[in-house]
Design a protein around this ligand. Structure first.
Ligand SMILES: *Cc1c(COP(=O)(O)O)cnc(C)c1O
Length: 386
């Protein structure tokens, strides 16, 4: 059976050109970038070229990019790094209820130390109100962290507006841009951010590598202590092939971003409209228009998301119940609950995320299969009391 992958928000396959770019750095160009000899310097040069490509993608300077082991580490680095370096100024952090676990759990950890965290609410579409950010600021606030686009429902947040507020107040501003970098335009100056987290495996690069953008002059403590790599901000021998792959993926993303966003938005809207037409008692989660080009998230009444997922999988269709992180647990999505959905609606949610190899035929196939699956599950549903 040919499988249909619609879970690009969880991870993407490595682009073949990315893999080709990476391969030499496992074998002939295997050097340690800290070594003085030519094999080491070859690796060092490759890292710096990759850094330049990533900086270019987000409108930053090369020396403002620090490589990490992924998006999670970049978020941890931003939050802990700023918190620990600015304790003397204050202990208050502002974030939202819909952040990725990498941010939420780091904030919970900081709360166990001496920090206080405000988790801002969102509206029914998952939007944060910039005015709420403004009102939450106190003279103890040292950091604001709001994600650029939500990974579950695709809502794009008003980051530029929040950036202005943060700047006026002289407070550091971090955004988790793991879902947007390489997919929609991201420019650190236009967004007004001081810190920005990215991850290669969400844009057709390899897993286990990411980066944190750190605006020049931002005070934060190093994440790993040891050698002098990454200008002493993140010790440990660099993941050279991974970084090279991240650089290549960034270069490719820049080339086809606009075209790809247009193509995916069309397929996304076809899937949304088709599902809403063919299935009753179903609702779209997230903002109707201000959403990621590849995200479709729905709640289907009277059925469990997990059951839909398993039935889709039997048909070769890979989707997700909101996020890869919640797919192992029975807790409903914190994002959907924050948007005001009931536990039942949150449990009946399903996310399709589209990507580079998604075709119109695949979308049509999903539109054929879904009504059948929902009808079958509803026929045996204890939730459906008529
Ligand atoms: C995937 C993801 C992360 C985590 O990135 P990893 O590289 O898997 O650690 C963080 N934030 C968001 C919004 C994500 O989608």
């Amino acid at each position: 059976m040919k499988r249909i992958y619609l879970d690009y928000a969880a991870t993407t396959p490595v682009h073949h050109e990315v893999l080709q770019a990476m391969l030499p750095y496992f074998t002939e160009s295997f050097g340690n970038p800290s070594s003085i000899h030519s094999i080491g310097q070859e690796a060092k040069l490759a890292i710096e070229q990759a850094r330049g490509k990533i900086a270019e993608l987000i409108g930053a300077r090369s020396d403002e990019i620090v490589f990490t082991s992924g998006g999670t580490e970049a978020d941890n680095f931003a939050l802990k790094g700023v918190a620990f370096a600015n304790e003397s100024k204050g202990n208050h952090i502002i974030t939202t209820k819909i952040e990725h676990h990498a941010v939420i759990e780091t904030c919970k950890f900081l709360e166990k130390l001496a920090f206080r965290v405000t988790y801002l609410p969102v509206d029914e579409y998952g939007l944060v109100d910039p005015d709420d950010v403004r009102k939450a600021i106190t003279n103890k606030t040292i950091l604001i962290s709001v994600m650029h686009a939500n990974n579950e429902v695709g809502t794009i947040e008003p980051i530029a507006q929040i950036g202005k507020i943060a700047k006026e107040a002289g407070i550091y501003f971090h955004t988790d841009a793991v879902q947007t970098v390489g997919h929609i335009p991201v420019n650190v100056d236009e967004l007004g951010v001081d810190l920005l987290a990215m991850s290669a495996h969400k844009l057709y690069g390899p897993k286990g590598v990411g980066a944190l953008y750190i605006r020049k002059g931002t005070k934060l403590v190093s994440f790993m202590h040891g050698g002098e790599q990454e200008r002493r901000r993140r010790a440990s021998t660099e993941n050279v092939p991974g970084i090279v792959g991240f650089g290549k993926a960034s270069e490719l993303a820049r080339q086809d971003m606009d075209e790809e966003a247009k193509r995916l938005s069309y397929l996304r809207d076809k899937l949304i409209t088709g599902l809403l037409e063919r299935i009753d008692h179903i609702k779209l989660n997230g903002h109707p228009s201000n959403r990621l080009p590849n995200n479709v998230n729905i709640s289907v009444d009277f059925v469990e998301g997990e059951s839909m997922l398993l039935n889709l999988d039997l048909e070769g269709i890979c989707a997700s119940t909101a996020s890869a992180c919640s797919s192992q647990s029975l807790e409903p999505s914190h994002v959907l609950l924050a948007m005001g959905l009931s536990h039942e609606q949150a449990h009946g949610s399903l996310r399709f995320s589209l990507g580079k190899w998604t075709t119109e035929n695949e979308i049509e196939h999903v539109l054929d299969v879904m009504p059948r699956i929902v009808a079958k599950l509803r026929a045996m549903s204890p939730l459906l009391k008529s």
